[in-house]
Design a protein around this ligand. Structure first.
Ligand SMILES: *Cc1c(COP(=O)(O)O)cnc(C)c1O
Length: 414
């Protein structure tokens, strides 16, 4: 890997001239923090007292026996505050915001998880907070919007374009251009212009550092394979980075296979060969785009993996064959989640369930002497509406109908 934000041909910072000083300021603050051991100590302190670090590793005893083959272990990022690895990134950027003396944070969010995590951090640190979210997503994700607003954040429903994540990103950049002096943009994944991919990876590397030590301590050896789901790529970069120097450990990134092959049906940028290299949203990577560079629609049962681009660092690791990429279909993902809930009492998020699906498919053909490690990036409480629909639970449907009835009767009484 090269420095200054390029990983072979991928990465860079394609930003408007006016933002250059802000990115320089951010890069300097980030590099200074890396040099300063007290910064990382402060980060570890807050992650252990406010979130749930170190997160444990759990062995899936029942499924290891049922599936045969490799022993299956899970890194429990679901135990973080707000229920996912996103806490690692937002708390790190929050500390950096304090260091830069800024008082306001903004963020983009798709399904709302990153918005909730950022609003949480802002409430804790006493920052003003504005979250940009496509109007379409605001309508679909009311529970997350509810919590963001309870935490004091202003949620702006973006009505431009397709009214989803990419439009929210554009709006957040527009805000930043007008408010650079007092505002930090808390980008949610290992994408975007340099230094975000590298900086977000640094904060998330806490996952891999812990996991490597925990596997060694527990089993006296490293896992043969490590699985992580890939949306923008931050949880994958986080756990993989613990094992980059271990050539015997195979790293497997699992993307959203959605409904299958074909434009608009999935969000697999690296596992399939539909994506092409381009520059958008300030960085160069593989994008799902048509021949004219128009971004394509994507689909996934999990909102968090439903994105057209991918971390430039993962594009590099794909080309240099240091990470193997696979895609798991919606149907297999929901089945893997149900299997995990039923047999282990763990409730992986639909995003994380992509990694579980791929691991369950491969474990049986491996040796019982081998261990595999799955990154459980988050928990699925947030997915209850989607999952209950997918398994078509009649009692859940009745609950929603009754709730709606209660409200409409309440309104007629009033
Ligand atoms: C947001 C999210 C993801 C996808 O983001 P990455 O940057 O690819 O990690 C994955 N899992 C969960 C639980 C999420 O909330």
């Amino acid at each position: 890997m090269k420095n200054s934000g390029y990983y072979s041909q991928f990465g860079g910072a394609f930003i408007p001239e006016i933002l250059v000083p802000t990115f320089d300021e951010l890069e300097s603050a980030y590099l200074a923090a890396r040099e300063d051991e007290s910064f990382w100590q402060e980060y570890l302190d807050i992650m252990s007292t406010y979130s749930c670090r170190a997160t444990p590793i759990s062995r899936l005893d029942n499924l290891t026996e049922q599936l045969g083959g490799a022993a299956i272990y899970v890194k429990r990022e679901d135990l973080n505050h707000t229920g996912a690895h996103k806490a690692n990134n937002v708390m790190g950027q929050g500390l950096l915001t304090k260091r830069m003396g800024k008082k306001r944070v903004i963020a983009e969010t798709g399904a709302g998880q990153h918005g909730v995590a950022t609003a949480t951090m802002a409430a804790k640190f006493g920052f003003d907070c504005t979250i940009y979210m496509g109007a379409h997503d605001v309508a679909r994700q009311r529970p997350n919007v509810f919590w963001m607003e309870q935490m004091g954040a202003t949620v702006v429903a973006v009505t431009e374009g397709s009214q989803t994540l990419k439009d929210a990103i554009n709006e957040a950049f527009r805000d930043w251009v007008s408010n650079m002096d007092d505002t930090h943009y808390v980008l949610g994944t290992a994408c975007g212009p340099h230094p975000f991919p590298e900086m977000v990876t640094w904060f998330q590397s806490i996952i891999g550092t812990e996991a490597r030590a925990q596997m060694l301590e527990r089993n006296g050896k490293l896992p043969a394979r490590v699985y992580a789901c890939v949306g923008g790529g931050s949880n994958a970069m986080g756990i993989f980075s613990g094992f980059f120097d271990d050539k015997e450990v195979e790293l497997v990134g699992v993307e959203a296979g959605g409904r299958g092959r074909g434009p608009g049906q999935h969000a697999a940028r690296l596992a399939y060969d539909d994506a092409t290299v381009g520059v958008a949203q300030g960085y160069k990577t593989y994008f799902l785009q048509d021949r004219d560079g128009q971004m394509q629609d994507t689909h996934s049962v999990s909102a968090g993996l439903d994105y057209v681009g991918v971390s430039p660092i993962l594009s590099y690791l794909h080309e240099s064959k240091q990470v193997r990429f696979e895609a798991a279909s919606d149907v297999d993902v929901v089945a893997a989640m149900q299997k995990t809930v039923r047999n282990e009492g763990l409730i992986p998020a639909l995003e994380s369930s992509h990694a579980f699906a791929q691991a369950y498919a491969e474990a049986p053909s491996m040796s019982p002497d081998e261990d595999i490690l799955i990154n459980m990036s988050g928990r699925a409480d947030k997915d209850i509406f989607t999952v209950a629909d997918a398994v078509d639970d009649p009692k859940w449907r009745q609950f929603i109908i009754d709730k709606a009835k209660e409200y409409s009767e309440g309104m007629t009484n009033a």
